[in-house]
Design a binder for this molecule. Structure first.
Ligand SMILES: C[S@@+](CC[C@H](N)C(=O)[O-])C[C@H]1O[C@@H](n2cnc3c(N)ncnc32)[C@H](O)[C@@H]1O
Length: 236
């Protein structure tokens, strides 16, 4: 039964080639061709069921979005969400979004150096046991990989409900010499703005009254320069 179910999901994904990418390594260095334009590429790593990527893709039509996850079933559910969102906007095909099946451990095989402008890490698995810390998506070994594929405007936007993961991540960003901006220990208390799109996990945790931790990390040279120019503004 389970096998038949999985086969059915894979067939469903294979029939959605305009939206779903099952072999992202084939497109390394060629994502502009996939989208048919040169707009900046923003990726969400560990997208889950696709609430964030679908919302972002209709809100920011000048950006190409790629949501990545390693489970077929999540890609399928995200594809339904993206199509529903785009249908709701009266758009024919979700042209500026792709859903890619892949393990983030191999991210350098999916994107060429400088091909990505922004990485979103939303509610990444916290991996509480010390022996699993290397799997955390903000571990320095991942930050090294992200640095390679981000371009001069490159930034990482990170949010989580896990105080422990947030603490670890701030230390990891600092340890590899990355500048942080707009750090929030309680994102939904007052400072939230209209541009904010919530993820599934975020909606759930906010509904339970839990604090959400967030920060932006400047990676590319131009992003760092812009940050340096405006960093004192919030203290004025
Ligand atoms: C806790 S969920 C968060 C989902 C979504 N970002 C949200 O905020 O609602 C973490 C997601 O990351 C995915 N994930 C974890 N490790 C991954 C990896 N190495 N490669 C690809 N996806 C991964 C999981 O399958 C899961 O969908």
């Amino acid at each position: 039964m389970r096998l038949r179910g999985r086969k059915g999901i894979r067939e469903n994904l294979e029939q959605q080639q305009e939206l779903v990418v099952l072999n992202p390594q084939v497109y390394k260095g060629r994502w502009a061709e996939v989208f048919g334009n040169d707009r900046p590429i923003h990726i969400e790593l560990g997208m889950g069921k696709g609430q964030f990527i679908s919302g972002m893709s209709v809100k920011y039509p000048d950006v190409n979005f790629i949501g990545m996850d390693m489970y077929d079933e999540l890609i399928r559910r995200a594809s339904e969400k993206v199509r529903a969102k785009w249908d709701g906007q009266g758009a024919k095909e979700p042209e500026t979004v792709r859903l890619a099946l892949g393990n983030i451990e191999m991210i350098e095989e999916f994107f060429a150096p400088g091909e990505v402008e922004r990485i979103y890490l939303n509610f990444s698995d916290p991996w509480p046991k010390k022996k699993h810390w290397r799997r955390r998506l903000t571990h320095p070994r991942f930050l090294d990989k992200y640095r390679q594929l981000l371009n001069e405007n490159g930034e990482i936007h990170f949010k989580t409900d896990s105080r422990v993961l947030f603490e670890f991540s701030l230390n990891a960003f600092a340890a590899v010499g990355l500048q942080m901006n707009d750090i929030s220990l309680s994102l939904h208390e007052g400072r939230i703005n209209e541009a904010h799109v919530m993820t599934e996990y975020e909606s759930k945790f906010v509904g339970q009254g839990m604090p959400i931790y967030r920060c932006e990390v400047m990676v590319g040279e131009a992003a760092v320069r812009r940050y340096q120019e405006r960093k004192m503004e919030m203290f004025e």
